[in-house]
Design a protein around this ligand. Sequence first.
Ligand code: P6P
Length: 345
Amino acid sequence: MAEITVTEHLLLHQKQSPHATEQFTGLLYDLILSGKTIARRINKAGLLDLLGGTGEINVQGENVQKMDEIANRILTYRMERCGALCAMSSEENAELVRIKPEFPRGDYILIFDPLDGSSNIDVNINVGTLFSILHRPEGKRGEVSLEEVLQPGHNQAAAGYILYGPSTMFVFSTGQGVHGFTLDPGVGEFLLSHPNMRIPEQGKIYSVNEGYRKNWSAATCEAVDWFHNCETQDGTPYSSRYVGALVADFHRTLIYGGIFMYPADIKRPEGKLRLMCEAAPLAFLAEQAGGRASDGRGRIMERKPECLHSRTPLFIGSSNDVAAVEKIYAQHRHAQTDLIFTGAL
Ligand code: P6P
């Protein structure tokens, strides 16, 4: 396969991609540069005593890992200078970051989780950076208001992730399909390795943390039990896989198919995962790849965030597998048993 970089790929698709403007290409370039910088730091983390937490707690109430902070600093420094943004929101920052007047500004808004799954770093398991790119609403000028940022996922101009694993991958979509690029460390470029990625309409892997079962509703228990009992198209049972890093669990689902689930539970009635920087970008990719992404009731892409850090339940992957979950929740809603929380069955 010819060695095609992300920028070349964008320009090749210039006519279809309304976003292949100078500003947007510059945005992606600096996002990619940040990803390469973070990859290098992660690969050395174990050697530079960057493992472990800083002892601080972030806005999510989570223990901040050193690499979280470093990744957040790398992205914030680079992206506030890229000239394409008017505002940014990081999973690590409680408040919206408005681009300061001394920096060039543009019409895009970047929402990101600098290092998702960072607790896995200490045990050398995949972590990832997630990003979502929105347009500033037409006709808005002056200071960006929070309301301008709180947009539903179907407004996204682009979304994607960088997966730091055995190889570092950049997977994204601008609405013209999903394309995966693998970093060639020798060259220092992400090269097209997975053009036009598609999720199989049914998979054979389900992915959920069953340790929370005692806190699930009856509907959620039934939805997960569905995958304990259903069979793949070749008549074999589903396998269970759970990395504990959303980007890694999603990437496997994107390639192999199946379903990743993070349901609500009695302690987290809105779920754990963040709508704007985790569920919405992955929902954009899933739908672009022919899959589905739901909160159990309807499309993640339709949900309007109440705040920057709104959370949502997430069921994402093969269209048939996600549809099976939605059907079970609909039956329980109809029977008005969808909010009954059961103990361990
Ligand atoms: P649990 C990582 O902390 C994360 O936000 C996602 O990357 C991952 O899918 C999820 O939490 C894992 O959560 O409760 O199963 O450990």
